[in-house]
Design a protein around this ligand. Sequence first.
Ligand code: HEM
Length: 149
Amino acid sequence: MLALATDFHERCLAHPTLSHPFSHGVEPQHVPHLAGYWGEVFGGPPVYSETRGGHGAMIRVHANQCDDDPFSAVFVECFDAAVVATLPDDAELRAVLRDYIRAATAEVVAYMPSSAAGPGDPPMPRWTWAGRQGCDASVSTGDATTRTP
Ligand code: HEM
């Protein structure tokens, strides 16, 4: 997760659109925080919830920041590229991660408009080989259940 977050963040900083939100200075521990968040989503220990306040806190970092959305498409492109650069060449893994980042980005971006209500205290999303757990199947990878989580 640290390798993925490091590579991904470098891509954001190098991107003409994505670099803008980071141009006012980035929290020095941003990359480990991002890695801890993703680790928790994918079944690791609750590092992000215990140290940063959980999924709602992550959403609130982004909330009410922007009334249009120049970010979603390029954000997922950078993530897909970071997955290819840092994780094993595994089609099933890449499919789950592709589904994940699209669902996660749509959720974050929905809170970005200045008029959006806050997220409350939503649970941390959990993703496995079968896609998102405890949620509707439209964001799941369907029958990809043969791998051990
Ligand atoms: C859609 C476009 C997005 C943009 C432009 C964006 C931008 C940012 C910025 C500027 C920060 C603050 C960096 C800092 O100073 O610490 C941040 C923090 C963060 N972002 Fe995003 N983000 C986006 C989407 C997402 C998504 C989809 C996720 C999760 C899948 C995510 C996860 C995080 C996390 C975990 C943090 C650290 C929050 C903390 O300090 O606890 N971001 N993001």
